[in-house]
Design a protein around this ligand. Structure first.
Ligand code: NAX
Length: 496
């Protein structure tokens, strides 16, 4: 599990540790780890010139001390800085080691020739936007330079809330003790490159803000049956999905639920998808009945006037009114209104929209039950600030929200709990039907008793791994992802 703490918690942990250590010791630890990484890249890449971009705070000091260490070993190093505000100790060390100190036009010339750039403009203390001189430095970084960000790429929000295309886009980031939200959340993760965490000894007694499950976590979380289990104890999942025009969604969701190891799958649909499910997934049983969790929505048509569709819709509404956990996906999200929100208060509910669906749902529900205000939320706004909007929907509905995307966010109903951020899937998974597979897969985990946040994160991870293995570097269809689930789970369970 990779855990990221908020900037506030990191500052608190730093100041607690600083009180126990000799002055400068904490920074010395950070610098030692950073200098090691930079030295390794110099030799791996055969780099001849290293330029540090040095800001006014401790982040700049880290970068300056690191190039001072490097210069002592004979590497040609320069530092771009604004001499009015630089850490004095680091400046002295850099001068003593022969680092070339440059500013203004001279700084830009050095940056343009750099093989490696060490970005120490701002770290955790950075506010949105770059200091003026630094914006010029960043624009001068050559495309082929290897950029190492110290703690985080300057210009990107430390809490992961905002991506700046004019900020630093790093090939790698060296951070201290723990990851920060900027490293794990969309949209800022894309600016961080590979992450190295250097231990400087910080301790935390608070929960992390963001968590990412890794492959090693699967063995602890996946519901592996024991000798005393039967199909009912493993969990029965009910799937209300598919319609005359969207029949394939039913096949995909039911297939995924069966392949993920549900004890039993009950399918509720209209004649065409029902026939297809019978043919494709003989393991499924048909019709309403007792379940441990429901999946409501993939391919559902809530506007149809046909009798069978009305019966299917009744089951969907009953599932939402019932006490079992419910995953609500796709058209099922159109059934969420204030009455459903009230009924489901305190019951396990997982909403799984993509950015467009989340924008529509937030717009339709409005800011609160009593509010008459209409606020239109655009898809582009959700894409720019995915966590803020997913959290808004979780708060508005009291449900856990899984926001699908190349990185999938799972925001628990309880705002005190960490957010999951999973980035396990290849871009090939952006294909029709992939969401139906995810819904069926997570439905099985809910029926096995996992809570919505864990089921969502674990499901997203396994979905991504199955897609990756099925793709083998090329295109992949959703049905193949569903059929790949058993092999992906077996691989994850036996890799240690
Ligand atoms: N606190 C500690 O003991 C340690 C801190 N470390 C480093 O220190 C960093 C945090 O240091 P600081 O708290 O000094 O913060 P920063 O180094 O991020 O810089 C904050 C300074 O930059 C200025 N600033 C921020 N954003 C600006 C903007 N957009 N335009 C103009 N000026 C701006 C602020 O006014 C402040 O002077 C961490 O990211 C990490 O790199 C490490 O050395 C580990 C130990």
């Amino acid at each position: 599990m990779i855990e990221a703490w908020s900037p506030e918690d990191v500052y608190a942990a730093e100041s607690a540790l600083e009180d126990e250590l000799a002055s400068g010791e904490l920074m010395a630890r950070a610098v030692e780890g950073l200098a090691e990484v930079v030295a390794a890249r110099v030799s791996q890449l055969g780099a001849e010139t290293v330029v540090a971009l040095v800001g006014p705070g401790n982040n700049g000091a880290d970068a300056l001390y690191a190039v001072a260490h490097l210069a002592e070993t004979g590497v040609s190093c320069a530092a771009a800085l604004d001499l009015e505000r630089v850490h004095e100790g680091a400046l002295e060390a850099a001068r003593g080691a022969g680092v070339v100190l440059v500013s203004g036009a001279e700084a830009l010339e050095h940056i343009a020739e750099a093989d490696i750039v060490v970005d120490g403009i701002v770290g955790l203390g950075g506010r949105p936007g770059l200091p003026e001189a630094a914006a010029g430095w960043v624009a001068a970084i050559p495309d082929d330079a290897h950029v190492i960000a110290v703690d985080l790429p300057s210009g990107q929000a430390a809490d992961g809330s905002g991506f700046d295309p004019d900020g630093v886009l790093a090939d790698e980031t060296v951070t201290f003790s723990v990851a920060k939200p900027v490293h794990l959340l969309p949209p800022t993760e894309q600016a961080c490159g590979t992450l190295t965490v250097v231990d400087i000894g910080l301790m935390f007694d608070t929960d992390p803000a963001v968590v990412r499950l890794t492959f090693d976590d699967v063995a602890n979380l996946w519901p592996v049956p024991g000798p005393d289990d039967d199909k009912y104890s493993r969990g029965v999942v009910g799937i209300v999905a598919g319609s005359e025009n969207y029949s394939g969604a039913a096949v995909l969701a039911v297939t995924a639920a069966v392949e993920a190891g549900a004890g039993m799958v009950r399918y509720v649909g209209t004649p065409t998808p029902d026939g297809l499910v019978r043919a494709a997934v003989p393991e499924a049983v048909h019709g309403d009945g007792r379940v441990q969790a429901w999946v409501v929505g993939p391919g559902l048509d809530i506007t149809s006037t046909r009798r069978e569709a009305a019966t299917q819709l009744e089951v969907a509404r009953a599932a939402l009114a019932g006490s079992e956990p419910v995953l609500v996906d796709a058209t099922g999200l159109d059934l969420i209104d204030d009455d459903v929100i009230e009924t489901r208060a305190g019951r396990a509910t997982l909403l799984t929209p993509h950015a467009g669906e989340l924008a529509r749902l937030l717009t339709r529900l409005g800011p609160s039950r009593r509010s008459r205000k209409t606020v239109t939320v655009e898809r582009s706004a959700v894409e720019a600030e995915p966590l803020r909007h997913a959290r808004a929907l979780a708060e508005r509905t009291g449900a856990t929200v899984l926001l699908k995307g190349s990185t999938t966010l799972v925001v628990p109903a309880d705002p005190a709990e960490p957010v999951f951020s999973q980035a396990d899937a290849p871009p090939w998974l952006a294909t029709a039907g992939a969401g139906d597979v995810l819904a069926g897969l997570i439905g099985t985990l809910l029926a096995a008793g996992l809570d919505p946040a864990e089921a969502g994160a674990l499901g997203a991870l396994v979905h991504g791994v199955s897609a990756d293995r099925a793709s083998a570097g090329g295109p992949v269809r959703a049905l193949k992802v569903a059929h790949g689930i058993p092999e992906a789970v077996a691989h994850l369970l036996t890799r240690r």
